[in-house]
Each structure stands twice: as C-alpha cells, then as structure tokens.
Ligand binder design. Structure first.
Ligand code: MIG
Length: 780
C-alpha cells in the first residue's frame, strides 16, 4: 500500500486549476492536518469539508466529504444489515497532503485521490481521483451513447428533452450517479449520493473528476469479486427492484391520446378480434378534464368507470397518466385542498411557485414533505376505487414549459421542518412522486402496484418501472435503446423499456416490426406513439406486418414464465433482466463494449436486426454450445456466427443445457395458464430447474403462497432419468398439465420419471405430464 501512496503523492499538486470556457477557477482545499489510517470508520476535521468514513458492511465504505444538505432519498438504512464490521474488504488511508486512498483488502491498492479536493467561487466542489484509462465504466442510469461510458463527462440533472436524443445528448429524465468499473484489482461500484446537480467526468487522462454543485460529495464505494456482487451490494443500499404484478409483464399499448372511452374500448376489442395479446392500455393526457389530474373529461370519458370495468372483463388493465402539475383553479378540489394544506412548492416570496405546463398556470406538490406525499397517495382513491391499479407518472423531472424547463433553483421545499432550495434536491422529485403513487396501490388496493415513471433517481427501482422518454421512430433510436437499457439494468433498474415503434415521427412498417421483435425482450414491453402521427397498433400497417407484429407479441406471452422468474431473481438479488454480453463472462474482452446483442437472463441470447433491408447478421456466441432457435441447430462458441432472419424472425440462441419455463399462447397474462411448458435444450448431461410460481398479484412480503416445481434430468448413454417434485405452499398452481419439450436427439432414448418408465404420459403429484419433441421455434 505504501508504494501506491508514494506514487500518487508524486503527482505535482496544483493549487489552482483554470478550466476552459470561462468555468470558475478551482482552488485546492488545504488544511487537513491529521494522518489517519483505519480499516473501520474515522472522521477528519476540516472547517468546511469534514470527511467521515464508515463501513456499512464488509463490502461498502461510505466516504462523505462535507455535510449532506438533506437526508438521503436513495439509501435504505433500515434494510441494511450492518453488523459490527469485523474485517472490511476495503481499507482507508488519509494523508495530510490531501491524498486519500482506498485499498481492497485482498488485492492491495484500489482507488485514490490524485490532486485532491478543489472548490470554486460558485461553491461547487471537485474531487480528482486516479482512474486508469483502460478501466471500463458501466451504469450511470439512463444515458445515450455506448455501453462503456468511459471518455466522457456526464452530468446529472433530470430534464425533459424533447429534441431527438443523439449520442451527444447528456442530461435526460433520470439521474443515477452510480457506476461500476473493473479496476486492475477487481470490481468497484461508486455511488455519488447527491440529488442536486452533479457530474462525473471520465474524459480526463487517468483521472476521474467528481463534482457537486452544492451539498456533500457523499460517496459509497463498493468492492466486489464479481459484477453480480456489486449489483447485489448496490441494491442492498438503494433497494431491490420491486416485484411487479404479472400483468405488468404482458404487452402494453399506449397512444397520445386515445380520446374517448368508446375509442379505448374499440381499440381493446380490435386486439381481441385480431387475436393479439394485451395486458394494459394507457390513457394519455387527453382523458382528463382540461388536464386536471384526478379527473376525467366529462364528455369524452363520462363512462370511465364502465370503460375500466369493460377492459378488466377482457383481461386488460387501464393505466392513466398522472402528472405532478396541478391546475391553478379556485373551483378545482385538488388545488383547493393543496392550498388549504399548504402543500405546494413555494417561491422565495412564500407563495406557491407557479409555472406553465399542460393545464396552463400550475403549481407543484412538495413531495419532500411527508404529509404532502400522503395526501397525494390518498388522492389516488379516485382511480383505485374504479378498479385501476397501474399509474403512469410523466413530467415529473419536474418539467415546466419555461426557459430552464423546470422549477426555479431557489424555489422552496420543506423537508423534516427545514427549508431546502429546489436546486439541492431536484433529481429526487420524480422518485418521491412515484413512491407515493406506488404506496397508493399497496395501501388502497392491497395489490402489487405498477407505476411507470419518466423521471427518477437512484433507488427508483424500489417503486417504479422506467421508460426512456421521447424517442423517435428511427433505426438509430432502436439501436440506442439497447445500451441505454443495459446500463439502466447495471444501475439497479431492472424493469425498463423504450417506446416500441418510436414516440415521435412516423414509423415505417419494417422498422416497426423489427422494433416489436426487439421489444419482446425488453423487460418492459410498451408500444407508444405521439399525437397526429401514423398509428402504431399492431395492425396499423396491414399485412404482412400485422402477422409479424402479432408473432412478436405471441412470443412475449410464451416467455412470460421465464421472464417472471427473472423478475423474482432481480427482486431478490438486484440482477439485471436484460444483460450485457459481458455480464456472464467479463473475461471475454470482445464483449467489453458490446451492445448490439444481449442476454435475457442466462439462457436466452437475442441479436436483433437493426438495419433496414437486413436479413442476416453476425452474432457473437460466448463459450459453450448454443441452439439457433430458427434453424434448430446447435452451434459452438466462442466466436461469430452468421444468423439469418427473415422478416418474421429475430436471431435468438438458447444456451445448451438450459431448461426454459414457457407458456402456451394466451391473450392476457390473466387468462388461466393451465399448461406449463418446460423446454429442454440439449447439450448437457444433467440439469435442473427450480420454477417458482404464485398468483402474481399478492404483495410480496405478505405472500408465502407459492408453488415450487423442481425438475431435473440425468443423461447416461441411452437413458434419460428425470426427477420431478412439486412443493405447494398454501397455493395451488393454475397449471395441471406439464408439457416437457425434448430435444429430437433424445428420440431413441429410454426415459424414466422418478424411477418409473415414462413411455407416454404420466401423473406425478397430481400433475399430468406430457412429453413431446417440440422444436423450439414452435414454442417460441
Ligand atoms: O409534454 O402526455 O414522454 O410519453 O405521451 C409531453 C403527453 C408530455 C411526454 C411523454 C409522452 C407523453 C406526452 N408527454
């Protein structure tokens, strides 16, 4: 360790840094005197910038420079199991010359300051750290650009960006200042907990600069042996992804805007007439009475309750949009209540801060005040009492139609009795709104909520799914969605998707169907389209496009059991659902920045077509054997394969030896699933699957009601010995039939089930077993 300290102190100390573009001069912060070396917590005094370190557990070290201006909105201290740390995996050293160093216990030097801490006239603080150029950077939430986020400066400020997002776009709707890197000593996660404006600059040579506009540089350093380790620890800190209701995983249709309850019903009926699956239909802003939240247009949506009920009878949930802007209107009860309760964000003059958004002149609830969050939560009775359990939170950056596109920096919030300026907490606004919304469903409907949000901050995965905002109907945006969603997953947000088909501009049919094929494998599958543009319902382009889009949705319904299993895993461990190729084997250097294909869970590799006119593409196959679904052929990795894909197909490979739980065709996740399918991909001598199922709606913590199926097999010469057991815990599965799809290579083999010859069908624990030689393309 001492070696590295010497190294870093040999960098000449620059007392002042003058930056380009008239940025303020940065002055180095001196005046730290003590030398401290401690493997546990410590405190270093400085007049303005005290440094406090604490081990939260053996893998997480908090280093807080300065004093946070508010409590954390991201960290879940209550959930953190913080036993007395005996031996932490990180050690901390401080030298009076403003260098500090964190060493990983097992590996030596890990992370250290280079020049130290700087401050400028605007009060912003900048911390310079050593950061090797070859360390890749992942995470950072919702950002454009490549998978590896190195070599750029990233800024965090929740923004409504309507202009087309390009590679150069930086700030978007979400702010998650968390990244993961692979240092020479192992994996490191760094979370900067500051809900004001902050930046992470990876564009410097061998340095990283962390800057905050105000408040503290509050860092959580996470060390891990592997990438999954880091995600586990990060989601211990900020919360696990919520377990959604099953219906949230089906196909969702949206449009700005279906304009009457008749139109809504008609659209849903068209789905049924076409035999196309659908679980949710969205109501965009035009359902409201002049954009007043918690209202329906008295003419067009006069029959809203009957509409919601009608949709429910067709297995479809209604998901209304709820924006935070409240119309200023003395006759409007939400405005009246908010005024009476003093619930709105205030301006410097102590009056509610007003701005213009969809309803015209509006005010914004101050979700930082607990009482306000409770009020907002309870307002949802309006919808919940009608049978609505899903909500769509938009404009919650919060977006305002003014020059800076949001609320003034110096507007005032009340947090635990203190007044805090908006600029200090801006990025947490959407998070708190979605939390209040999710609680509404949990408490008033006693069901698992489904909230979809545009804005968010670290921890948003606890309460909402995220969609990536206003994209365009372009091949570029189709491609861009992949690294964006992969990095959201690497930032704890497992449940995310992009608007399929593109929100703005007119989709061409070929782009549309290719996007539907890709969207099948987004954790969140929603088609959405803006006002006045070419419709994007699955049948909007006529044949052959309708048939192809329908096929993509059918595939979604087929993989629902597999997907649900992945959501359970995410909920327990923080593991992403849609995974970068490097997730499973980061030692494969070629995958370091690979984002034109991805894994859905551990068994399914998806390589979408992303160019017009393309009917084949190169697919990278990791080590091992893979089954090409469309050709029903095993191929060997690692290496590139050419995969053909006619317009109806998307290149898809399944890992040899996997067993996939699948469902037969259905039109809604709520239609009874009487048959469970297990698809066996040949290639291994033995394998086993544990599949857990439940009613898909009960609140997780209260639910001990589930059924668990355990299935495995052993291959020897010409016998396949299968083992099956079912464990029902106060829950009876809907499925009474288990269809096992066998590889055709097993045709000549003798099969046994729990020791008994399996000639044809059999019954085990009341479950009737059917064996079949299904080609994967038929079941998928
Ligand atoms: O100012 O509600 O991103 O999905 O359709 C635009 C209308 C407001 C932006 C959302 C988009 C939604 C639209 N909204």
């Amino acid at each position: 360790m001492s070696n590295a300290v010497n190294q870093s102190s040999s960098i000449s100390v620059q007392p002042e840094i003058v930056l380009a573009n008239n940025a303020p001069i940065q002055r180095r912060v001196e005046g730290y005197r003590t030398e401290i070396s401690s493997s546990l917590g410590s405190r270093i005094d400085h007049e303005h910038f005290p440094i406090v370190t604490r081990h939260l557990n053996n893998a997480i070290l908090r280093v807080c420079i300065g004093t946070p201006s508010t409590k954390s909105f991201a960290i879940q201290y209550d959930n953190l199991n913080t036993p007395e740390v005996q031996q932490a995996s990180m050690e901390w050293t401080w030298r009076p010359n403003a260098h500090w160093q964190v060493g990983y216990h097992r590996h030596g030097t890990g992370f250290s300051t280079s020049r130290g801490l700087y401050t400028d006239d605007s009060g912003a603080q900048h911390l310079y750290l050593n950061f090797e150029n070859h360390w890749p950077v992942y995470g950072l939430g919702e950002k454009t650009g490549e998978l590896n986020k190195k070599n750029r400066r990233w800024s965090f400020w929740n923004s409504d960006v309507f202009a087309p997002h390009t590679e150069a776009t930086d700030e978007l709707y979400q702010s998650i200042p968390f990244f993961i890197t692979k240092t020479d000593q192992g994996w490191l996660g760094v979370f900067l907990d500051n809900p004001g404006r902050c930046t992470l600059d990876f564009s410097l040579n061998a340095e990283l600069c962390i800057s905050v506009n105000n408040g503290a540089i509050d860092l959580y350093l996470i060390s891990g042996e592997s990438l999954p380790d880091i995600l586990k620890h990060y989601t211990d800190l900020t919360g696990k992804p919520f377990l959604p209701p099953k219906w949230a995983l089906g196909y969702h249709q949206s449009r700005h805007s279906y304009q009457s309850s008749e139109e809504v019903i008609q659209v849903v009926e068209q789905f049924r007439q076409h035999g196309i699956g659908l679980d949710a239909l969205y109501l965009d802003i035009m359902y409201m009475d002049e954009y007043r939240v918690f209202s329906f247009d008295p003419k067009q949506f006069q029959k809203a309750p009957a509409m919601v009920e009608k949709l429910r009878s067709l297995g479809v949930h209604t998901v209304p949009i709820v924006d935070p802007g409240v119309k200023v209107d003395d006759q409007y009860r939400v405005y009246q209540q908010g005024l009476a309760g003093d619930y709105f964000i205030k301006g410097q003059d102590q009056n509610p801060w007003q701005g213009i958004v969809w309803p015209g002149v509006s005010v914004w609830p101050d979700f930082f005040n607990q009482e306000v969050s409770h009020w907002w939560r309870d307002l949802h009775h309006f919808y919940i009492d009608m049978g609505i359990q899903g909500f769509w939170n938009d404009m919650n950056e919060p977006a305002v139609f003014n020059e800076q596109k949001t609320i003034d920096d110096n507007a005032l919030h009340y947090i635990d009795g203190e007044t805090i300026e908006h600029g200090q907490v801006h990025n947490a606004y959407g998070l708190l709104m979605s939390e209040a919304t999710a609680q509404a469903v949990t408490e008033h409907a006693n069901q698992r909520p489904f909230v979809l949000t545009r804005a968010g901050y670290a921890g948003i995965q606890r309460s909402a799914a995220v969609w990536t905002g206003d994209n365009r109907s372009s091949w570029e945006h189709l491609r861009m969605s992949i690294p964006m969603l992969l990095n959201l997953g690497l930032s704890g947000v497992a449940f995310a998707g992009a608007d399929i088909g593109g929100f703005m501009d007119n989709a061409q049919p070929e782009l549309f169907v290719r996007w539907m094929q890709l969207g099948t494998f987004y954790p969140f599958m929603r088609n959405h389209c803006s006002i006045g543009l070419q419709s994007q319902e699955p049948w909007s382009f006529g044949e052959p496009w309708t048939k192809i889009a329908t096929r993509a949705i059918q595939r979604r319904y087929a993989i629902l059991p597999y997907l649900y299993q992945l959501f359970r895993d995410a909920n327990e461990t923080g593991t992403p659902i849609m995974r970068a190729m490097m997730w499973h084997d980061p030692s494969e250097v070629i995958t370091e920045n690979m984002a034109d294909q991805f894994m859905l869970g551990q068994a399914m590799l998806v390589a979408p077509i992303m160019e017009p006119g393309q009917l084949a593409r190169a697919v990278w196959l990791p080590k091992g054997q893979w089954l090409n679904v469309h050709e029903d052929k095993l191929v060997m990795g690692s290496g590139y394969q050419l995969a053909h894909a006619g317009l109806e197909d998307i290149p898809m490979f399944l890992r040899a030896g996997s067993i996939l739980p699948l469902a037969p065709p259905r039109l809604s996740s709520e239609a009874p699933m009487t048959v469970l399918r297990l698809l066996i991909i040949e290639g291994k001598e033995s394998n086993r699957i544990l599949f857990r199922d439940d009613d898909g709606i009960s609140i997780a913590k209260q639910s001990h009601k589930y059924v668990r199926l355990s299935f495995g097999y052993q291959l020897s010469q010409d016998i396949v010995e299968c083992h099956l057991s079912i464990d029902q815990s106060q829950f009876k599965a809907q499925w009474s039939v288990l269809e096992i799809g066998l590889p055709s290579a097993w045709k000549k083999r003798k099969m046994t089930m729990n020791g008994v010859d399996l000639l044809n069908d059999a019954i085990v624990d009341g479950l009737s077993i059917k064996i079949t030689f299904a080609t994967p393309a038929i079941w998928l």
